[in-house]
Design a protein. Structure first.
Length: 592
């Protein structure tokens, strides 16, 4: 704070200068002392709290905004400590729905946009984020690409890292997958870890699959938190080792029901936080954001005070955000006025002392933001032909190692028999065995690998996307090579997104032309496009959530079998494996 700001706060607290905003008679939720205190006034000056207590005695001018908070609870603004706002929708659209529901601060990753288009794209994303009507902090992109020996992406060089990590709004290094630290001991990553720790900033973790000594080795590198605990036992192990746990409640994974029983086993909750990780338009618009996580925490046995602390004081303390997380003199005036603690009905939301939302709606439209023309031209790949998706083999039949989809994020290895026609191994949609391909977007000459997948249900046509965790290369699944080529070429013409085709007809589209991963459209239109795409995929036979599983199928950060543009990857063995076997022992069977 500047000297003048401090002087004004002192004068306002003493009643010598009128506050800009005066909230009278609310019931304070003091997350520090865990007291519920009725009849509290809050005087605000310069975006900060000058006075908070019973009956503010002091000058009030005609310009002072006076709010009667009788019957309302007062809580700090919610802080989401781990989310991804750099794909699907723009930050301005997120703010339209998250801010009126109480999320005033977010800590977002930027790895998706970095993988898609590199440092310049991260710079443009930052420009938008910093102009959005909520407080945004950034985690520097870390694994770009996640595993360079197995996959490629736009990249985020050391110089770009050094420039970004030095910024005050950058709170640390984004989630880094543990095998790259413990198994690879990647020198570049460890050097970045050291720089982050020297600056006193945070290293965010991704511990999925790490246990015992490997988990301890990972945390010993300086990792401060993880959002991947899927059970109370995993969460407890992390807490015992000194790691903070961010309990995830998002649209793909909702871990609160599984982790919440931990509440009965520990007394100190300071290292527990709530986060959303990923939100889709449907969830954000219908259920909410971090407010949904707080409500669910209460439903799962945490007290309202505990749940609110996990979304306010705890993340502020963890990230060293000394001005946020509680309502006290000198703190930022991010204040929620709640009509009840059960449903968390937001009556009013203040950000930096400004009334920004009332009765669930923003009072002013977020500022528009346009990305530069080059953001809409992020693909170097030339149109493909059906022959690019051929799998050569001489014979009449062959055993093939296929990805078997177990759920929206996990795969297994399955050996299947497939027919060979004209020297090409073909898909067999009637037996639910389809062709898939992963294609590098940054090369004009096709760099791709082709494989097979089981468990999607697609009977005809093809689905393609340029939004894939984390590399954001192009992924396509189809019943025929012709349909696959049509889908990829439609995607290239449309500059990115999700495309469903059958023959020469494009049946469904989710437009994501900004770096191939972000839509410039309003949230309502994005939701409609996703719903329509899912319906088209179902009509083509898809049994899974197409919008989700197309993103995750090439993802090398989770087991078991994955397809990158370099080949078929066994994630646990950390090596490429052959696609084709011999003709012996033919018959479908799965190795889990």
């Amino acid at each position: 704070m500047e000297k003048e700001e401090i002087q004004r706060l002192i004068a306002t607290a003493l009643g010598e200068v009128p506050p800009e905003v005066l909230i009278r008679g609310g019931t304070l939720l003091n997350v520090l002392t865990e007291e519920v205190i009725p009849g509290v006034d809050v005087a605000i000056s310069g975006g900060r709290i000058a006075y908070i207590g019973h009956r503010f005695e002091g000058e009030v001018s005609k310009d002072t905004l006076v709010i009667d908070a009788g019957g309302l609870f007062m809580a700090p603004g919610f802080i989401d400590p781990h989310c991804h706002l750099d794909f699907v929708f723009q930050v301005r659209e997120y703010s339209r729905f998250a801010l009126p529901r109480g999320t005033t601060t977010v800590v977002t990753e930027a790895a998706m946009v970095a993988n898609a288009a590199g440092p310049q794209a991260v710079g443009w994303f930052l420009r938008e984020a910093m102009g959005a009507p909520l407080r945004v902090f950034l985690l520097c992109p870390s694994v770009i690409p996640p595993f360079p020996q197995f996959e490629q992406s736009a990249g985020f060089p050391r110089k770009a890292f050094e420039e970004l990590i030095a910024e005050d709004f950058c709170l640390g290094l984004g989630e880094t997958y543990w095998p790259r630290v413990v198994m690879d001991r990647d020198g570049d990553i460890l050097g970045r870890f050291a720089e982050v720790l020297k600056r006193g900033k945070r290293l965010e973790g991704h511990t999925a699959g790490a246990k015992g000594r490997k988990l301890q080795a990972y945390i010993s590198s300086g990792i401060g938190s993880c959002h991947e605990a899927t059970s109370q036992q995993e969460a407890l192990e992390l807490l015992r080792l000194g790691s903070a746990v961010m309990i995830r409640q998002g649209y793909i994974r909702q871990e609160l029901p599984a982790v919440a029983p931990l509440r009965g086993r520990i007394r100190d909750l300071r290292n527990l936080m709530l986060c959303t990780d990923l939100l889709d338009p449907e969830t954000l618009m219908e259920r909410g954001g971090l407010d949904w996580a707080v409500r669910e925490a209460v439903a799962q046995g945490f007290s309202p005070m505990e749940a609110i602390k996990m979304a306010t004081l705890n993340p502020a303390t963890y990230f060293g955000l000394k001005d946020l997380g509680l309502l006290a003199p000198g703190k930022r005036a991010d204040i929620l006025l709640l009509e009840g603690l059960g449903e968390l009905r937001m009556k009013m939301v203040f950000l930096d002392g400004q009334l920004v939302a009332e009765d669930g709606r923003l009072l002013l439209d977020p500022p528009s933001f346009s990305y530069p023309p080059e953001a809409m031209d992020s693909f170097r790949l030339r149109p493909l032909s059906p022959h690019h998706f051929r799998v050569p083999y001489q014979g009449k039949r062959v055993r093939v190692r296929a990805l078997e989809v177990k759920n929206d994020t996990i795969t297994a290895e399955s050996w299947v028999e497939l027919p060979v026609r004209s020297g090409n191994v073909c898909a067999d949609p009637e037996r639910d065995i389809l062709k898939v391909a992963q294609i590098l977007r940054h090369s004009s000459d096709p760099v791709l690998s082709v494989g097979f997948v089981k468990g999607l249900g697609l009977k005809e046509g093809a689905l393609a996307t340029s939004l894939t965790w984390d590399t954001n290369n192009i992924f396509v699944v189809g019943a025929t090579e012709e349909d696959m080529a049509q889908a990829v070429n439609a995607l290239l013409r449309g500059r990115g997104g999700f495309f469903a085709v059958k023959g020469r007809e494009v049946l469904g589209v989710i437009h994501l032309p900004i770096y191939g991963i972000i839509s410039p459209k309003p949230m309502e239109e994005i939701r409609r496009e996703i719903r329509e795409f899912e319906e088209v995929a179902r009509r083509l036979g898809m049994r899974r959530r197409a919008f989700v599983v197309l993103q995750t199928l090439p993802f090398s950060g989770l087991p078991h079998l994955r397809l990158t543009e370099k080949g078929l990857l066994d994630v646990k063995k950390r090596s490429f494996v052959p696609l084709l076997g011999d003709a012996q022992g033919i018959g479908d069977h799965t190795h889990l």
